[in-house]
Design a protein around this ligand. Structure first.
Ligand code: SF4
Ligand code: SF4
Ligand code: SF4
Length: 334
């Protein structure tokens, strides 16, 4: 049996789905969903409902994300510090307008795919961003403790503490975090010796989740292709929709499970073969669990230079000292 078939919905799954969907919690009549109880949130991305926002210069979800997040990145210093011994700086400050890939200024893009399946040609639009993994190696690996999995389900990089070493991107199966050099705390510590900027990515609109609101991209979508809400309800809804269209799921098993569930009318192997891949444009292939403690790549990354770790401790102390708000939500250990 091919992976595509394995990911299809079996009759047994469908039965379970129907039962659980009947009691799926928190899915409001508006088509959106919230968690007001502070529990873990998940997102359903229904590829069969995303039309890519034809007629709009920028899809509504991307526009909403950019309006909320563009100001998160400070102006980088000029010139960028040269990193010792041969670190490569990354600068997107002259390409803030890019919306067709992930960048430090753009946390969501629409992947296009033309796919033949069951004798039909499908023109698919696939919103792509961080998957918010259940056990994210990107958070476990961070030597500066700048990246955390929160109780809401969001995996959030603290830009005040991040040194931009990009280890999170190295261990991410989809290479999601994107670096902007010339910004961040490393400039105040040892800019040529430790760090290289700040890593940026989707934070699942963590601030809004804490208030019981949806991510802005979810609320902005005119076709309701994205749904956010309590994790159990979202899983049930994803299974129900996949069952209804004889479709496929992505994200429920990838990397040991994630808080993002894609539903598709065609197998993800075909989507992965059809999409353009490269920096800022992640694949959609199956992903085995990739935990930092057991992964050989992650272990090698953990052997960071002592100077980086020392600088990390200094940076964290420096950043925490300057923090005014000490009442933030407790974090969940990955
Ligand atoms: S998709 Fe990558 S960056 Fe996002 S939580 Fe998972 S490992 Fe981290
Ligand atoms: S959840 Fe928030 S940060 Fe993430 S892609 Fe949507 S709008 Fe952007
Ligand atoms: S997810 Fe919604 S807002 Fe985003 S491109 Fe698709 S239809 Fe448009």
């Amino acid at each position: 049996m091919g992976d595509g078939k394995k990911r299809g919905i079996t009759r047994r799954t469908l039965l379970k789905t129907t039962l659980t969907a009947a009691v799926s919690a928190g899915l409001g009549s508006s088509g959106h969903a919230r968690t007001d109880s502070g529990g873990a949130v998940a997102t359903l991305i229904d590829i069969s409902r995303c039309d890519g926002c034809p007629g709009r210069e920028t899809p509504a979800c991307i526009q909403a994300c950019r309006e909320k997040n563009l100001q998160r990145v400070p102006e980088p210093v000029d010139p960028l510090p040269k990193v010792f011994p041969r670190g490569k700086t990354e600068d997107f400050s002259d390409r803030k307008h890019l919306t067709g890939r992930l960048t430090p200024y753009n946390y969501l893009f629409i992947h296009k795919a033309e796919v033949e399946h069951n004798g039909k040609r499908w023109s698919l639009n696939i919103p792509r961003r961080c998957m918010h993994c259940d056990n994210p190696a990107c958070a476990t690996i961070c030597p500066f403790a700048a990246n955390h999995k929160h109780k809401t389900g969001a995996v959030v990089i603290d830009s005040e503490i991040c040194f931009g070493g990009a280890k999170c991107r190295t261990v991410c199966p989809w290479s999601i975090p994107q670096r902007q050099s010339g910004v961040g705390i490393y400039l105040q510590i040892a800019p040529t010796l430790a760090g290289n900027g700040v890593m940026f990515k989707c934070d699942l609109c963590h601030d809004r989740l804490l208030e019981g609101k949806n991510p802005v991209c979810v609320d902005a979508c005119p076709t309701k292709a994205m749904l956010s809400g309590p994790r159990d309800g979202i899983h049930a809804e994803a299974l129900k929709r996949a069952g209804q269209i004889g479709g496929y799921l992505y994200g429920s098993e990838e990397n040991g499970g994630t808080a993002t569930l894609y539903v598709s009318p065609v197998p993800f192997e075909k989507i992965d073969a059809a999409i353009e891949k490269g920096p800022g444009r992640p694949h959609m292939a199956p992903v085995e669990r990739r935990m930092a403690k057991t992964d050989s790549l992650a272990n090698s990354v953990l052997l960071s230079p002592a100077i980086g770790l020392t600088a990390g401790v200094l940076a964290v102390a420096f950043a925490l000292k300057g923090r005014k708000n000490s009442g933030s939500e407790k974090e969940q250990k990955p």
